[in-house]
Design a protein around this ligand. Sequence first.
Ligand code: C2G
Length: 131
Amino acid sequence: MSRTVITFGTFDVFHVGHLRVLERAAALGDRLVVGVSADALNERKKGRVPVFSERERLRIVAALRVVDEVFVEESLEAKRDYIVTQGADVLVMGDDWAGKFDEFADVCQVVYLPRTPAISTTAIIEHIADL
Ligand code: C2G
């Protein structure tokens, strides 16, 4: 039986920390599906409009060799629906979310992977702003 892995993220100003979590997620199954968070979701939940639009972020993530399918994550509350609809066997999140998605353990395996240290979209934006 093939194993589907699902993960979610904004993936704004795509960097190697994003790449590494997707590579490790893909290695846990046969098919990797990625929910890329909508611009409106970011604005609503984080109070910040992403640098790259959801169309651009979706295209970048979809072009990666380790990614099989992408969709727009419109709402954080719809996570269970996305997991079930995509037939995911494993939910992967970075460990900045550790414990936050344990409630889905009844429908799939929940795995938190260590974040890549010392790199983030915010740090990149600040670095460029300081140049
Ligand atoms: N990540 C990582 N190492 C970093 C930075 C990010 O492993 N140095 C991982 C995060 O842990 C996450 C993924 O990359 O699993 C995407 O990170 P973000 O774009 O920051 O996504 P986020 O805003 O946390 O996702 O339903 C969840 C939402 O979509 C939010």
